[in-house]
Design a protein around this ligand. Structure first.
Ligand code: ADP
Length: 831
């Protein structure tokens, strides 16, 4: 705090002090410096000639005072803050007119330092010449105005002086704060300028802006008139107060007395212009509470809080807390809802118009809504929809479409990384600055009590010591409980049962099981190249063209879109695709604006021109996989399918086996199984029989920062090892996936569609799949993809190796010499 108050009774300057200082015109008064350290004041205005105490607590202000006293001239500028709550004020926060003061005395207190200062002259701030650690400003002192000598004006001033004097005397006699001797001021101070300033500084209950206005009023008649008006008001209030007081002081019951005191407070507040606002504020809140149509429990709580609020001092911190709480209660859509449009065919139209393809998904959504339509009549019990799929496949935009089609508000929060129950359910009001949790905040933003509420990344909710957010989520999502959801902050229940919750996730596996049980899973896998081109044509391109305002001037050919999809994006969804299209639109817009182009048809060539030469993943794949010991696997990741390289190397040693690349337990186990299988079939793969006895084996799965797990890399591990042991490289552009058993069987795996699409994206031409996944492929993978890839179905490891490995080198005999001919160093393998 910069300063506190200057009217602490025990430090009130005595009348003698005040009079004393007037006799001896303070030194330097007419010879003040034009640069000063500027101390901002809170709710205090210091006038010239007045002596006043000041408390200084803020660290930078203490520095300022010390610098001005030690080695300084003890002169500083003081000026008042426009808004007393500002913490680190800049020049803009401070009134431009202040007072040069001399520091007369300085003492240490527990809260900082205490000063006695004396005002010398008004000044105006010209500019800041230093802002840290404290303000230093260039100033212009404002001399006191000459008193006009003509008779009329002089008389007018004298009349004002007397009027002010009388009002002040009256105020002193009525006011408990002012000692009676203050009346002496009026008789002893002749100069009307000095008298006005002194009284303006002494009169209690003038507001800061009022005092500041007097400080800023230089013209003497104007200054006196202003003060007279304020004094008249003050006297009126005091008179009213004493009238009430005398009534009250007659023997009255406690409650009556309180009533009168309250009336008195109201009257005073009203006189001060505050009461109006205050009563009006309370009235408004009361109306809002009624208008919000809360259920009984909430209404009771709101009224109780309002009652508390009406008895609080608006300056107290609890006032804001209480006020904020009522604001929250009245802002919630207790009784506001939107009418549902459950016409299934209309919803279908909107979904179709907004999204290309996704037929299965749309059907599931429509079924879900149809069921809901019939259930609304009876119970509301229904599972929550959960869209699972990689980023950019349209989960969010489907949600928006559904909301749009049903005529509901749409609201979305991300649960990613939420660890604390309070983020869902809010903090108790006892915490400073506490707020309701995300759910209630979302409902408030939605402005209706039946929005479509999307909870993103429900697979990324984690639990830790701060509490388990999933239990709060369970309550939110449980139709049995969510009609009386209790937020810690609100304390009263809110009915969430009409909300349509839809969750989204990238991975199914990490959704906590109890949550998963509540949900109806709808999987949205990645798109094929053709689907992406279609989406681009029908949605992304028109959207970007409209956003750039270049309708009719640009066109994309199918080849161009295919080119972007194939060579510039590697993703399951269409986010990057949209981004690349936006890049081209942006560059074209610029060319149009610079008149370099009239219109543009984007062809494959233009794509290269605008986006640069594409990276060629295929070359890399061929190159890396040409070494014996390297095989390409297909994996499923939360962001879609991908290819991985599994690299096996051997170095002289003895049966060591090392695995690196952040592999999970299941993947490590399948590596062990692969090794055991190879050791058991060493002759079948035409490798030296004692190869393992003489070597240490190291399997590395690059991109080490990404944790990898799952059994589906089994076939790839076994192939990499067989390739290493036998020195037969794996055929180029071939990738595989499948779980293995020790007995040499190949078992089916999940995520077939994602993996096959990833293989095609990466330019793979042959894919080895478990026989038992044949059905998935036919069901899930579109024909055009199947046509372009050669798919080999296998049931045994033997078949995998036969299909995957190049024939044994012609000098196969060398193998029997037991001498490892080409051992790659570890570093080379990883590079
Ligand atoms: P997600 O929520 O799955 O990460 P978004 O909903 O944010 O994905 O989709 C990314 C962008 O792709 C959006 O602009 C969306 O409209 C568009 N999009 C995705 N799939 C389709 C589709 N099938 N048809 C039309 N636009 C789509």
């Amino acid at each position: 705090m910069t300063s506190t108050k200057n009217d602490t009774t025990n430090e009130q300057p005595t009348i003698t002090d005040l009079l004393d200082q007037l006799d001896n015109d303070p030194e330097n008064r007419n010879n003040l410096p034009d640069e000063l350290n500027l101390l901002p004041l809170r709710e205090v205005v210091i006038f010239p000639v007045l002596v006043a105490p000041l408390g200084v607590g803020r660290e930078n202000s203490v520095k300022l005072v010390n610098a001005s006293v030690v080695g300084g001239n003890r002169l500083i500028g003081v000026a008042t803050l426009r808004d007393p709550s500002v913490e680190n004020p800049t020049l803009d926060d401070i009134y431009p007119v202040g007072t040069v003061v001399a520091i007369r005395m300085m003492g240490q207190t527990s809260e900082g330092i205490r000063l006695i200062v004396q005002g010398l002259s008004r000044f105006r701030v010209l500019e800041a010449i230093q802002t840290t650690p404290y303000l230093r400003v260039r100033i212009e002192t404002i001399p006191e105005p000459e008193i006009p000598q003509d008779k009329d004006t002089a008389m007018e001033i004298e009349a004002l002086r007397r009027q002010i004097g009388n009002l002040f005397k009256r105020a002193v006699s009525l006011s408990p704060e002012l000692p009676d001797e203050m009346q002496g001021l009026v008789n002893n101070v002749e100069d009307p300028r000095t008298l006005t300033d002194l009284i303006a500084g002494q009169t209690p209950r003038l507001t800061t802006p009022e005092r500041q206005e007097i400080l800023e009023t230089i013209d003497i008649q104007a200054r006196m008139t202003k003060l007279m008006e304020l004094l008249a008001r003050e006297v009126q209030v005091l008179e009213l107060g004493s009238k009430l007081e005398s009534q009250v002081s007659t023997e009255l019951g406690k409650s009556q007395r309180e009533y009168y005191l309250r009336e008195q407070m109201k009257a005073i507040q009203k006189e001060l212009g505050e009461g109006d606002d205050r009563t009006q504020e309370l009235e408004e809140l009361k109306e809002k509470i009624e208008a919000a149509k809360m259920p009984e429990e909430a209404l009771k709580e709101a009224n109780r809080e309002l009652d508390r609020l009406s008895r609080m001092n608006p300056a107290a911190p609890e006032y804001t807390v209480s006020r904020t709480y009522i604001d929250w209660l009245v802002a919630l859509p207790w009784a506001v809802f939107t009418e549902d449009n459950l016409d299934i065919s209309a919803v279908k139209e909107v979904l179709d118009a907004d999204h290309t393809g996704l037929d299965k998904v749309k059907d599931r959504i429509l079924e879900f809504l149809a069921v809901r339509k019939f259930k609304t009549a009876g119970t509301m019990r229904q599972p929550i929809l959960c869209f699972v799929g990689p980023p950019g496949v349209g989960k969010t935009s489907l949600g928006k479409s559904i909301a749009h089609a049903m005529g509901r508000k749409f609201i979305r929060i991300s649960l990613g990384g939420i660890r604390d129950e309070a983020e869902i359910r809010g903090h108790r009001r006892t915490y400073i600055g506490s707020l309701p949790g995300q759910i209630i905040q979302g409902i408030r933003r939605a402005g209706s009590n039946n929005p479509l509420f999307m909870l993103d990344e429900i697979d990324k909710v984690a639990a830790d010591f701060r509490g388990d957010p999933s239990s709060a989520l369970l309550e939110v999502l449980d139709p049995e409980q969510n009609n009386s959801f209790r937020d810690h902050y609100l304390e009263v229940p809110f009915d969430l049962s009409k909300v349509l919750f839809i969750t989204t996730a990238n991975i199914l596996d990490t959704i906590l099981p109890p949550l998963r049980d509540r949900m109806e899973i709808i999987e949205i896998a990645g798109y094929t190249e053709e689907e992406k081109v279609a989406i681009a044509k029908q949605h992304l391109v028109p959207k970007q063209i409209a956003e750039h305002g270049i309708e009719g001037r640009i066109e994309f050919t199918d080849e161009a879109l295919t080119q972007i999809v194939r060579f510039y994006t590697r993703e399951a969804g269409v986010r990057n695709l949209e981004r690349e299209i936006a890049t081209i639109c942006r560059k074209a817009t610029r060319a149009f604006a610079e008149n370099k182009l009239e219109s543009l048809v984007v062809t494959a060539d233009q794509v290269t021109e605008y986006l640069g030469v594409p990276r060629l993943d295929i070359e890399e794949a061929v190159h890396r996989a040409s070494q014996p010991g390297v095989a390409i696997g297909l994996v499923w990741t939360p962001v879609g399918g991908d290819i991985i390289f599994i690299e096996a190397t051997a170095m002289p040693g003895e049966k060591g086996f090392n695995l690196t690349g952040q592999l999970g337990d299941v993947m490590r186990e399948s590596a062990q199984a692969a090794l055991s299988y190879i050791r058991g079939h060493i002759e079948d793969i035409q490798a030296p029989v004692d190869f393992y006895q003489k070597h240490d084996i190291h399997i590395h799965v690059p991109a080490g920062s990404i944790p990898k797990d799952g059994p589906s890399a089994g076939v790839t591990m076994v192939t990499a090892l067989a390739s290493l042991f036998s020195e037969r490289p794996v055929k180029p552009l071939l990738a595989m996936t499948g779980e293995i058993t020790l007995s040499g069987k190949v078992l089916p795996i999940g995520g077939v569609k994602e993996k096959v699409l990833a293989a095609r994206r990466a330019g793979i031409n042959t894919v080895i799949l478990p026989e038992r996944n044949r059905k998935d492929l036919l069901e899930d993978v579109p024909e055009e993809v199947r046509k372009e890839l050669k798919i080999e179905y296998v049931s045994t490891i033997e078949e995998v190796l036969r299909l995957a490995l190049e024939p044994a080198p012609t000098a196969a005999n060398d193998v029997s010499t037991n001498k490892p001919k080409k051992i790659k160093s570890d570093a080379a393998a990883v590079a």
